[in-house]
Design a protein around this ligand. Structure first.
Ligand SMILES: Cc1cc2nc3c(=O)[nH]c(=O)nc-3n(C[C@H](O)[C@H](O)[C@H](O)COP(=O)(O)OP(=O)(O)OC[C@H]3O[C@@H](n4cnc5c(N)ncnc54)[C@H](O)[C@@H]3O)c2cc1C
Length: 388
């Protein structure tokens, strides 16, 4: 079977690329070992939620996925408050001040995945191989060859690795990645609250990690606490009432009384900076190409940015008939370098800055937070960057 592109991994980012290539004239294969679980019919909330930037929402809308989301299950963020660990410093962002309707949307992972897959069903130039496991991948001069465990063989001008942080494709291409664990876990859980959130996302930089409460529809919030491994294990071991009390205390009661809706889960956090995101007949996108700390809630947004750029480069390839040609891949790499590096440096720098016990540094970072709040142009720049 011969295709222009084979996308390996149909998570949010890989499947969004398939969507963005709709109508491009390319024949595309999408390979995924695990089909998404059907959406539950009850009123439970996915413990995995994302802050999706307006830029990413527009990208998904262009592919026909955003409109398929159930509006009752997504929550616009109209304000954001960031608190330092000095007790006084605060950084405040507001959609109203920025002249836009919202800063981000909080969306459940499974709802987003289902919406993208549903939109893909209308694509005629897409072959889905799911469930299917990859067995071997060879990069030749004129094409790459992917063999599946069931014996089928797919040939393509370009293979796109969208298979997540532990990318098998990246390993086959022998691209070194050397992940650096943060020694932290992202502990996530959902709560109902006695104080309405009013569309405000709140984040606390604390000595024991970064804690965020993201607004969900109704009087509900989703927590992401990027905590040191030991603290994370403690949180995971707490009974529901004790966990609610711990969050209530850590957030100074900002959300009022809490009631646990979805049991806590945890994800290991690490920085991953592969040497390159391209190779002969290969492009990496999403977590396969970079992993960032979730404190800025930008990981999947960066991945959507990769998918958008790669699709644009391929669509605008001009007279170049070969979609895996080195010149196009170089163009893709160049177009992403700055954004990815800036996000990695920002999130990594903030993580280091706030996880330092030096009293001088503590004073300085909290002063910096307050200063940023007062500096209009810097604040506007940060807002624009986060909007995608
Ligand atoms: C605690 C936490 C909170 C976060 N919050 C946010 C947030 O608010 N906003 C945000 O933007 N980002 C957030 N992120 C980051 C976000 O989760 C990731 O950036 C995003 O899920 C990456 O998507 P992906 O499609 O690249 O990879 P994945 O979601 O890992 O998908 C990879 C896909 O590839 C498939 N696959 C794996 N191996 C193979 C193989 N060998 N062959 C074929 N297919 C394969 C998998 O089954 C999967 O479907 C958060 C991360 C954490 C840990």
């Amino acid at each position: 079977m011969t295709f222009d592109l084979v996308i390996v991994g149909a998570g949010l980012v890989g499947s969004s690329l398939a969507l963005a290539l709709q109508g491009s004239g390319f024949s595309v294969a999408l390979v995924e070992p695990r089909p998404p679980a059907p959406l539950p019919r009850d009123e439970t909330w996915d413990v995995r939620v994302y802050a999706i930037s307006p830029g990413s929402a527009a990208f998904l809308d262009a592919g026909g996925a955003w409109a398929r989301l159930d509006r009752e299950r997504l929550c616009p963020v109209t304000e954001m408050e960031v608190f330092g660990d000095g007790g006084r410093s605060r950084l405040h962002f507001s959609a109203y001040d920025a002249g836009i309707p919202e800063l981000a949307f909080i969306v459940e992972s499974r709802q987003l995945q289902a919406a993208i897959w549903e939109a893909l069903e209308t694509r005629e130039d897409l072959d889905r191989f799911c469930p299917a496991n990859c067995a071997e991948l060879e990069f030749g001069r004129d094409a790459a060859t992917l063999r599946l465990e069931d014996g089928r063989t797919l040939q393509a001008k370009l293979v796109v690795g969208a298979d997540g942080a532990d990318s098998w494709v990246r390993a086959q291409a022998e691209i070194a990645a050397s992940p650096r664990p943060y020694g932290q876990m992202g502990v996530v859980a959902n709560f109902s609250t006695s104080i309405p959130h009013g569309g405000v996302a709140r984040q606390w930089f604390r000595e024991d990690g970064v804690l965020a409460l993201l607004p969900l529809p109704g009087d509900q919030v989703s927590m992401v606490w990027s905590a040191w491994n030991e603290k994370a294990s403690e949180l995971l071991a707490l009974e529901p009432l004790a966990l609610c009390a711990a969050i209530h205390e850590a957030t100074g009661g900002a959300a009022g009384e809490l009631n646990l809706l979805t049991p806590a889960a945890a994800f290991p956090l690490r920085l991953l900076r592969p040497k390159t995101c391209i190779g002969p007949r290969l492009a990496l996108i999403g977590d396969a190409a970079h992993n960032v700390h979730p404190l800025a809630g930008q990981g999947v947004n960066l991945g959507f940015g990769d998918a958008r750029e790669l699709a644009t480069v391929l669509r605008e390839r001009g007279v170049q008939p070969d979609c895996g040609h080195r010149s196009l891949l170089r163009r893709y790499e160049r177009s992403r370098r700055e954004d990815v590096l800036a996000m990695q440096l920002t999130t990594d720098g903030l993580q280091k800055l706030f996880n330092n016990k030096d009293p001088v540094l503590r004073e300085l970072r909290n002063w910096g937070l307050g200063l940023t709040d007062r500096l209009g142009p810097l604040k506007n720049f940060l807002t624009r960057t986060a909007l995608g």
